[in-house]
Design a protein around this ligand. Sequence first.
Ligand SMILES: O=P(O)(O)OC[C@@H](O)[C@@H](O)c1c[nH]c2ccccc12
Length: 260
Amino acid sequence: MILDDIIFKKKKQVEMKKIKKTLDDILKEIKNDKDVRNFKEALKAEDISIIAEIKKASPSRGTILDDFDHIKIAKLYEDANIEAISVLTEKNYFKGDDSYINDVKEVTSKPILRKDFIFDEYQIYESKLIGADAVLLIVAVLGDDLKKFYDIAKKIGLDAIVEVHDERELEIALNANVDILGINNRDLKDFRVDLKTTERLIRYVPSGVLLVSESGIKTPDDVKFLKSLGVNAVLIGETFMNIIKNGGKIDDFVIQSKGV
Ligand SMILES: O=P(O)(O)OC[C@@H](O)[C@@H](O)c1c[nH]c2ccccc12
């Protein structure tokens, strides 16, 4: 399955990174907290919050934007009525890069989620070092180690979206007492997308947990549907990349999605 391939490739890269910069080096460097932005707060807006993703490619779509310019996209997101930005840093399948986070941070004021596949504690500290305000922790990757990883993220002042796709993963997340839950509508095994995944799982989510519905959101009506279910935020990638590709305005989508 794709998840296994992604992680297989990434494992080698993480081992290489550890040689160049050890965990001790990172720990020394992250001591002086610079500009950490409050990701969790951004999801608490009265209306539904929007996390807009910067995504050049994906395993299901290949390259989405040929003339991809992460800084240009970041500036469009800064000017749009969205609450937070997600930046893919995974290289092989999503054509992301670690350096994008800082680049985006320089031209925006909104909190930034590092979107990647985290399976080694080293990557959490590294996320802080490269400027992320929040990380994604995927239960399908971490299993019962989730709580350990979640606690590390919190300890160093990062927020975490804990991603689940089914009832079993949701149980692991809730047992770890997470405060932000992401329901991925995309099945990582076959890439099938179904917003009903959020509808099915939301009833088990306690009211104090902030809920993000991720993937496959194509229209303002999709956002309204998710809002009617009670989700706090949506995570949108491909649809925004397509709007930008076609010269459209992100805010046209946002205005139709929010409000009454
Ligand atoms: O482009 P979409 O369908 O709007 O999806 C965005 C986001 O949810 C998706 O990129 C994503 C969700 N979970 C992930 C985990 C890793 C990489 C990417 C993802």
